[in-house]
Each structure stands twice: as C-alpha cells, then as structure tokens.
Design a protein around this ligand. Sequence first.
Ligand code: NDP
Length: 284
Amino acid sequence: NQPLNFKQELTCVFGQPVAENPTQCMMEAAYNACGLEWRYLTIEVAPENLAQAVGGLRAMGFRGANLTIPHKVEVIQYLDGISDAAAMMGAVNCIVRKDDQLLGENTDGKGFVQSLKEVTDPAGKKIVMFGAGGAARAIGVETALAGAAEITIVNRSTERGEALAQLLQEKTGVPATFTKWDGDYTLADDVDVVINATSIGLFPDVDAVFPLDFASLKSNMIVSDVIPNPPETHLLREAAKAGCTTLDGLGMLVNQGVIGFQLWTGVDPDPQVMRAALEEVFGV
Ligand code: NDP
C-alpha cells in the first residue's frame, strides 16, 4: 500500500506584470499528460522583492522556475551558477534546482532554434533579425552557436543594436552587423531567415503595422515571429501572402517550455499537448 501523498513538486514563473503569461496552462497540461504530480504557479514579484522571492524558492524546495520581465538579468546575482550560453547573453529565464543549488539557464534562444530546425537547419544561413532586447540576445547567440553564416541586427535604437552585433561578433565569431531601423526595411534577395524579436504586435497592440517593405519578401524565405499572443501577426500574414514558410511565437514558447520541463523533471513532455493547451486559451 502506497502512503497518501498530498505534497506536489513546485515550479513557477516570476514576473511583473505576469497575469497574462500563459506558461502555466501548457506546463500543467504536460505534467498531467506525463502523470506527474507537479504544479506550475504564476507569481507576481516586484523588482525590490526578487532576492526574497529566490530565497523563498530555496526555502520551499521549488524544483524550478522561469523568469520573465523584468527579472532575467537581475536574478543572476542570486543564483549559484549559470550556463555558458546564459553567461554570453547575460540573462537567465530558467532556474533549475540541482541538490541544494539553484542554477541558471536560458531556454528562449534554444526554444527558437528548435522551432527553426523543424523547417530548416540554421547552419550556413543568412539571417536578418529585428530587435536587440532580451529575446533577440537569446535568439542571436543560439542561432550563431547553431552555425548561422551571418546575422544582420536591425533595431530602432542604435545603442542596443550595436551592442548586440558586437556581442555576437566577439563571443561567437559569427559575422554580425547592425543596421538602424528607419522606415520600411528592405530585405536583400539572398536572406534565408527573417526573425521578428521585437514586441511589435504583442497584445493589446494587435493591429501594429510591421515596418518592412513587404515586396522584398521572397517565397524561399523563412519568416518567424516571437509574438505568442496573438500568434498571427501582421508580419506573418504578409509573409504567408508572399508564399514564405512561417513560424509563429507559440512554437518558440512551446519549445523553450519543453527544454525547461526536461531540465526540471528528467522526462520528455509531448510538445503537441503543450501547443494544444496554448491554442485552446488563445482560441486559435
Ligand atoms: P525587450 O523590451 O528587451 O526588447 C524589445 C525590443 O523591441 C527592442 O529591440 C525594441 O527596440 C523593440 N521595439 C519595441 N517596440 C518597437 C517599435 N514600436 N518599433 C521598433 N522596435 C520596437 O523585450 P524582450 O526582448 O524581452 O521581448 C520581446 C518580445 O519577445 C516580447 O513581445 C515577448 O512577448 C516576446 N518573447 C517571446 C517568447 C516566446 O517564447 N515566444 C520568449 C521571450 C520573449 P529599442 O531597442 O529601440 O527599444
């Protein structure tokens, strides 16, 4: 006879704001499908309370956690170690408990690359990426480590754009250049992969216009967007019209969740179960 167990294993996300973060529904769907008695809590943590919140994870024996805006950089000082890729990006979005240590990982870029690999191998590809914030840093580093031939960073603010191009060039050795985003950007004919890593199109700004010369899209290009909500953006609609292969932000969200799930539980979840849970909440 097994003793009754009312104590579940705990995981969570810390953010502010955090109420609109849909990760809980995909993680708990995957825990259920794998027969794991685990929970995933959505917790609002203000920046000034982050140190105590991480202390709380330790005290309460949480098995893992995700970090979202604005904690991905600040959290590093409270951890016992971070992975090489997270150190290159200077950001952690996933904490994994190993014995009594809390270790930092970054699964955003790895999740993106996993989605991309479902349609093409990034090795040898010419990439144009819009944005130079946290998501762009993670995607830039992981696509470079996956063997991209060259990466053009297109960003509104010069300072962040130049800093990311320099980081990629210095830390990964992949040729990376910065172009200031001023009006509609025209893609060169030989671009293989186009990535939106900005927040343009994110709910509630769902009708946001994406500043691109859409006539420069070619049907052999792969066009991807990080925006998970709503998953169909202006950029992806125009790319589909031009005959491009498209990848939405749900793919990246699911795949970074798959990696976190494996790190925490040691079990491989079913990505289909996770995507279906997200599609249900977003009414796709
Ligand atoms: P940051 O605030 O760090 O960066 C935002 C980026 O978007 C900057 O490059 C900023 O440019 C640019 N930007 C914002 N508004 C505009 C605009 N109107 N015109 C031009 N550029 C603009 O955010 P994150 O990198 O953390 O997140 C970006 C997006 O990625 C979010 O929407 C988030 O939801 C999504 N995301 C999705 C994930 C997924 O799994 N699908 C995972 C992580 C993030 P500038 O430097 O000029 O300010």
